[in-house]
Design a protein around this ligand. Structure first.
Ligand code: PMP
Length: 412
């Protein structure tokens, strides 16, 4: 589909029902203007891959053929290569998901980024009309997947400690009373995109207990868990409970998104179904990308690289928070993330972040309006600010411009 998704085209009568309501993501639409050099973009979500040792990565890629042979150019297993699945288990062990907790290469399915992992889960579990419970706001790409599966997303509120367990329980009961089929909780418990908050230790147990009690699966999406700025994140949900929890992650933020390699750690009983679904979807993940990531994890200092990302993003987070504190008009609030890539800001009452976008672009600053992160179009007072990509001085300049725009709105 082109344009805003609301224009009619010659194929309108032919689309499948699931295409109804499929509109271009607000973020992608923004990227075109936001990428102009004169615009300070706080809108993106791109990792700062310039922090990688690019020459060394290039040399490693050049050696792939001689190290892995022609297999890098072949089809492979739908589940992904055994070598990469073993390395993935080492990566997960760093986050506390280990063999003792039942994590084995046999239960890992390699995917084309975290995004395909979400799509597979939706293919496996969602029928049209099913309800997915998710944080409000939540990851825009997950909303796209659930909408394409014709499921209905019901948002649950968060505070500074993440998802509110009582609201989860109430949400489940309300949906059940209304006769809806609630299939799973989709959650990004650590350094959430877009809110930047982290589910507290205590709440992790409560959330798991509630889901177990009501027979809900838990889809734990964890692209950012290793990107904490002040020590380690709380243990993932999957490290606490193995049954009923699907753990999704990706190398997009800890290495580079260009390889498009992610994974699912699934309960053993479901693993075969996931492989069948992925074979129907893509046959197999790219052998070349898998060999590249395997080689990177085997021969390069990947833990040091994660530390480098943490340090750079930590400095940029500080730059953003300081600039917001120095310059934003009274009545604006924002979250203070301990990791990840995003701050979630709330404008003074009465302002509309979506309506404000053209004026922000005129002032040469871009952000993503909050409405993109809700299935129901709410979130008008909010905006997502990215701090991983622009350097600190650009972040400060961006906030200066943004503060000016908000001040003008307040004066209108
Ligand atoms: N889940 C979340 C919460 C994300 O923020 C992202 C990327 N922005 C993804 C999944 C998908 O990541 P990938 O690039 O690995 O497809």
């Amino acid at each position: 589909m082109s344009g805003s998704g609301t224009t009619l085209d010659d194929y309108t009568d032919r689309y499948a029902q699931r295409i109804n309501g499929m509109t271009a993501s607000e973020i992608r639409a923004l990227f075109a203007v936001a990428s102009r050099p004169e615009v300070v973009s706080l809108a993106g979500g791109a990792p700062y891959v310039a922090a990688l040792p690019l020459d060394a990565v290039g040399e490693m890629l050049g050696r792939l053929g001689s190290v892995h042979g022609a297999t890098t150019l072949q089809y492979g297993l739908g589940q992904g290569t055994p070598e990469l699945r073993e390395r993935i288990c080492e990566v997960m062990a760093d986050s506390g998901i280990d063999a003792g907790g039942g994590a084995s290469p046999d239960d890992v399915v390699v995917t084309v980024g975290g995004q395909q992992a979400l799509d597979l889960v939706a293919r496996l579990f969602l029928d049209p009309g099913d309800v997915v419970l998710a944080e409000g706001p939540t990851y825009v790409g997950a909303l796209g997947v659930f909408q394409a599966a014709q499921a209905r997303v019901v948002h649950l509120p968060m505070d500074d400690d993440g998802l509110i367990p009582a609201a989860l329980e109430e949400g489940i009961l309300a949906q059940q009373r209304a006769g809806a089929r609630v299939k799973f909780l989709y959650t990004i418990p650590t350094y959430q995109n877009p809110a930047g908050v982290t589910l507290s230790e205590e709440r992790r147990e409560q959330v798991l207990d509630i889901c177990e009690r009501h027979g809900l699966l838990v889809i734990e999406d964890d692209p950012y868990g290793q990107l904490g700025f002040s020590g380690d994140a709380p243990l993932p949900l999957r490290a606490r409970r193995r049954e009923g929890v699907f753990y999704l992650s990706t190398f997009s933020k800890t290495f580079a998104p260009g390889f498009r390699v992610g994974w699912i750690l699934a309960p053993h009983a479901v693993r075969d179904k996931l492989v069948i679904a992925t074979e129907a979807n893509i046959l197999c993940p790219s052998a070349f990308s898998q060999a590249a990531v395997t080689q990177y994890l085997t021969t390069m200092p990947w833990r040091e690289q994660i530390k480098a990302y943490r340090q750079i993003y930590g400095e940029r987070r500080d730059a953003l928070l300081t600039a917001l504190g120095d310059m934003m008009p009274a009545g604006t609030t924002w979250t203070r993330p301990d990791g990840g890539l995003f701050v979630w800001a709330t404008l003074p009452e009465g302002l509309d972040s979506k309506a404000m976008v053209p004026r922000a672009i005129n002032a040469r600053v871009a952000y993503v309006p909050g409405t993109g992160f809700y299935a129901d179009g709410t979130g008008q007072r909010h905006l997502r600010l990215n701090f991983s990509f622009p350097p600190p001085e650009r972040i400060r300049e961006g906030v200066r411009r943004l503060a000016g725009v908000v001040e003008e709105e307040l004066a209108m």
